[in-house]
Design a protein around this ligand. Sequence first.
Ligand SMILES: [Zn+2]
Length: 469
Amino acid sequence: MRYNRRGVALLAALITVLACSPGDEPPPSSHHLPADQRAGTPGIGDPDFPRDGNGGYDVAHYDLAVAYVPATKRLDGVAAVRARATQDLTSFNLDLTGLDVRGVAVNDVPARFSREGDELTVRPSKVLDSGTTFTVKVTYSGLPKPAKDTANLGTYGFIPTPDGAFVASEPNGSKTWFPSNDHPSDKATFNFTITVPAGVTALANGEMIGQPVTAGGRTTFRWRERHPMATYLATATIGKFDLRQGSTATGIQNLAATDPKFKGSLNELYTRSGEITDYWTTVFGPYPFSSTGGVVDDYSAGYALENQTKPLYGGFNPQETIVAHELAHQWFGNSLTIKRWKDLWLNEGFATYAEWLWSEHKGRQSAEAMFQQLHNRPESDPMWKYPPGRAKPDDLFNQSVYTRGGMTLHALRRAIGDATFFTLLKRWTAEHRYGHVTTEQFIDLAEHLSGKDLTPLFDAWLFQPRRPS
Ligand SMILES: [Zn+2]
């Protein structure tokens, strides 16, 4: 994710207003935990986001069929979630907020269910044995509402727009439009079947399967993301769009889409996205997915999000720097995904450093000059008080996670030299392709490749509340 500079003031004003709204849900207490030890837990175990995700199973695939009517803002969905039980399960949870659940079936047998807050608890008719694969199908409908965060997240999730919907769900907004294990530590493949009024386009992750089919005034689009994807990167962005499709110079499928209001940036978005994707393959290693591109929608989000294969830009013509950032996330965040939100610098620090690498590549300001300029900021700069190696749940997207995270990588590059540093980037993306990563793993690999004790460097840059010397 990256905030658009022009959007920041608006976002800040919004946050000020939102800050006056009632407080968050109370933290979970032990009496909320199920007494039956064979019940899946209502959280996946992220201490900073204790109710996000769920325990007891691991999702392999989401098959989502949604119909959406922009005029009425009504969504009708059927989500078939294929998962493997990691323990015996008498019940398990999915994350879903708002919307009415019409029915739930497990392995095609109707199951009992209940709702409490953002938790949908499913009780299969018989116990699911540990290790078995099952499919839970949820039929639901209603008027999706985006998540609005009182801290610094703004509005996210499924956001209705006049001509469709803007769907950007980081960090936990997938539950606003489909039942899921809504935490990045459980990735899965996705199929999307999206039905909208004829004349409207639906854009999801991965590649389109076949041609859209129109019948009875409605068009159905089918998309497939065959690589593992975190739920927050799933999208079904809907509206009037102009498209340009083709391939990058190295042969990666490329799709750019712009709302008619931004049609003037369609060719630029297409060309830049292709050029940057290709360049990143030379710096970060092979492109992890089957297509690239970008979508500009007419919704003033004030940010862009790196939706897998299709970064989404919220109501602005994206500058090269932002495109470079969002496409770097395809490696850092999307292919290599954090297990815990506290490690967010592994996404944002890397994507920010990619902006500097792009500038350097283009013969503009070097990463070294950028680093020096930032390092000269006074001791009183708030960045120095916020150690980026431990993102705070109530201030997750703090600027330090981006800027000081990027500076951490430059400090590392200076310490181990260009050759080792760029080898490290490629080794990192290769060793953990499609997997999960932690800060400790990155430090270990950097020390292994360089043969240096880098603990003092990482400690000063990532974990101390002061400016590193
Ligand atoms: Zn980002």
